[in-house]
Every structure is written in C-alpha cells, then in structure tokens.
Ligand binder design. Sequence first.
Ligand SMILES: *Cc1c(COP(=O)(O)O)cnc(C)c1O
Length: 498
Amino acid sequence: MKYRSTRSDERVTSTYALLHGLAADGGLYVPETFPENTLVYDDIKGKSYIDTACIVLEKFFTDFNRSDIRKMVEKAYNSTTFDDERIVPLRSLDTDVSVAELFHGRTAAFKDLALSLFPYLLTAAKEKEKEVGQILILTATSGDTGKAALEGFKDVEGTNIAVFYPEDGVSPMQKLQMQTQEGQNISVTAIDGNFDDAQSMLKRIFTDKEINDYVAEKGAVFSSANSINIGRLLPQIIYYVFTYASLVDDGVIGEKESFDVVVPTGNFGNILAAYLAKKMGIPVGTLICASNRNKVLADFFATGVYDMNRDFYVTTSPSMDILLSSNFERFLYYLTNGDVDAVKVWEKELQETGKMSVPEALLKKIDLTFAGDWIDDEETKNVINYAYNDETYLMDPHTAVAYGVYLKRKRQGLVSGRHTVIMSTAHPYKFPPAMCRALGLPVDENPFDSLERLTALSGIGIPYSLKRLQDLPLRFTETVDKSEMKRTVTKFIDDATR
Ligand SMILES: *Cc1c(COP(=O)(O)O)cnc(C)c1O
C-alpha cells in the first residue's frame, strides 16, 4: 500500500513515510487507499492485544511481511513494557460508561502504546529503504510524547532523538521524567515558549533547505516521533479495535451495537485514530472531542471556524495545551474525500492568518460523527473529586476533562443512550499537585511526598517508572529561546554524526 500527501500528489511507500515523517510539501502522509470496512467482530473476537495489533497493522504496512510485523509487535507489547497483561484494560464506571486505560506502559501515558512499537517500525523501514546513515528524530512534546519517545529510542542503534518541551508547560513529574532520561543518543531541551511554538518550529526545520542540505551532507536523515508520523498514528487504531472487542467479549454491548468514545484531545491524533478505526468497520457512534480551556476544537465543532488567534492557557491538563492540532489536517483530508487542493488552501490560510473555516454543508457532515465540548480547570478538579468519591475511580486531569465533557453533555440531555468509553490517557500519578488539590490533600513541595499521600488515600501503588525518578540525577536542564531551536538542532546533528 502506498501513502500520499494531504497536500499534493506526492506518493511514497509506507517505509519511506515512516522514515521521513512529513511529506516534502509540508503535508502529512495518509494511506492512498484506506482499508475501509475490512474488520468485523469475528476477526478480533477474544483476541489478545498482540493478535489484534497484527490484524490491524498488516492492513497498513504491506511493505513488511507478516512474521516481521508479529516479531515487532511481540517486542512492543509484553510484560516488560506494560504493567497490565491485557495492555489496555477496560474498567466499568457504571452500566453506561467504561474507561479504557491507556496508561499502563513504561512512561504512564497513552503515548507508550504507539511509541513502544514505533522504534521497531522505524528501524525496519530504515533497512528496507537501504538507508545507512543515522536517523535524527526531532520531537516536540506537550509533556508525554517526549518521554515515551525517549524511552522507546534510547540507545537504539542508528537512531538519535532530540526532544523539545515547553519549559513552563509540563507537570513537575513530566519534566523530571525528561530531565533524568538515560541513554547516549538523546538530547532534551526546554524552550521558552509553548508547545505550538516547538511544533511549528520543528515543522519549519523539517522543510528548511539549508538544514536539510546539512543533514544530507552528513549522510543522515530527519524523522519525527510526533503523531504527524504514520508510525505513531496508525498503531493507535489498535486500541480502539481491541476496546470494541473487549466490550463485546465482556457482554457490555452486543456485536452489532455501537459505542461512543470521549477523547481528551490536543494534537488530534488519538481521536483521529478512533475515526480511522470507525472507517475500518468498528462500530463507533459519536466521537466526542474533549478540550480544556484551549478550546479551539470545541469552537470548531460548534461553528466550523478554526481560529487560533486567541490567548494560550497553561492548564492542569498540559498535554492538551495546544492551539494548532497537527492531525486536524488529516481530518480535513478525510472530510473532503481526499480533496488535496482544498486541504492545501486551508493549511495555507491557517499558516498565514491562524484561521480557516469549512462550508456549512461540511460542518453538517461533521456533526453526524463528531461532537466537541470543553471544561475548565475548576470543573476538572470537581470531576476528579466526584469520580473518586462517588465512583471510587481515580482519574488523571486529562481523563477528567473527557469524563467532565461526558457529564456536561449528559446534563444537557445530549447523550445518545449508547455505551460510552472514556479514553484514559495518563496515570493520575503523573500529576501529583493537581491530583492533591482536587482531592483536598495538601500540596507538597516535593511531588514524591504527594505521591505517598495519594497512595495512602487510594491504595494504588506508585508505578516503578515514576518512583525511581527520585533517585536519578538530572541530566538535561538547559532552556533555550524558541528562536534558538535551529542552533540546538544543528548541534544535535553534529553530535549524532560525529
Ligand atoms: C498527548 C496527550 C493527549 C492529547 O492527545 P492527542 O493525540 O495529541 O490529541 C491527551 N492526554 C494526555 C495525557 C496526553 O499525553
């Protein structure tokens, strides 16, 4: 199967798309022919996460053979990389609502589900493409991608990774996770700016002629670990397929019954994966896009206008503090049935004016499948408290945004009557201050003291990957201005190709 750009007729192999991340025209790669309606319950009934992953990935990565895909999948999803044998366990909140826990991987956020596998896909793609140089992975993070990518790529032969995070835009635990990262092939830098700054600067670097010539001269190649890369995005489809099978296997819904999903959204990767699962035949009903106070997407779903000319807020759900959602571009591509000329015009508008809008008829079409809403930090805090005290479930602030949006819609009489799955994107212990505040506990200077309090209250143990951070030395404490990122990248190139 070939992949094509969302902005032109550029067509490449899956291995090329994996290796290069972004299309040469600045667009994102999408499968040329989507495996539409190719999955039914019987294919995935009672299957393990590994088996499900193989079934899904074989449809997209036709440049790899089956046994290679299985080997990669087995290395990605096992008892050393995940602390729950089901990989993505489903918990029931009440008869109408379940929570899909996506945070049982090495860095306690849903990014692990793709980034445990991605390094294998990338190194296999490198081999198939006969690329012998170093791969230089540039990654912008709103908190969780950075750590998950670092953990995935640390000391992987032939790869090097540089991560940029907003200095004041991540939780103390997320920051510590990145500052203490182990491995020889890595670079971690804080920037004086927000996630959007980091992401747009990297997109610019990816298409900057001067720096690309420099990389070529060094015999290396750039890639990305952000969800602009198909190797990040497509493996996220697996857990929607798996969740559907689990719901039916457990008798929560019938085989022909559909279910809604509520997805705490930032870069629009996770919810786009839900959309792609639906396209494959998984009976997802409404896809509910949940935002925090940076509610560009909620406004878009209400009005059809995407407008990022607005204040940026640092919230208690930092991984959703994003105004320019990369994968929105793929969403526009699918909405228009692949009208690359329209996508190109919209993206140009967005880049130049920070604003674009879709016609009324298109918005009507979107409304049949998607809904969006948002809640603020105060409400998020109340939702965490309510979920814990009334439903004995401890959820992190991102998950609480999703659940809060569900509860809000319920109050407004907007729920469908279908079973609803809340996608839980992070372990609550990644956000000790916000959790303590929500639960009425004192907020400690040292986040590890807060974790002890949370454990004493909830009985939930501290994941080892978080607990061990307090004993690790700080390795990366540099902060640069966003305008300096290109220089940092140049140094990274030099170090990696020395
Ligand atoms: C990355 C992230 C999100 C946002 O996911 P997108 O795919 O970027 O929309 C939400 N919650 C958490 C905890 C995250 O790490």
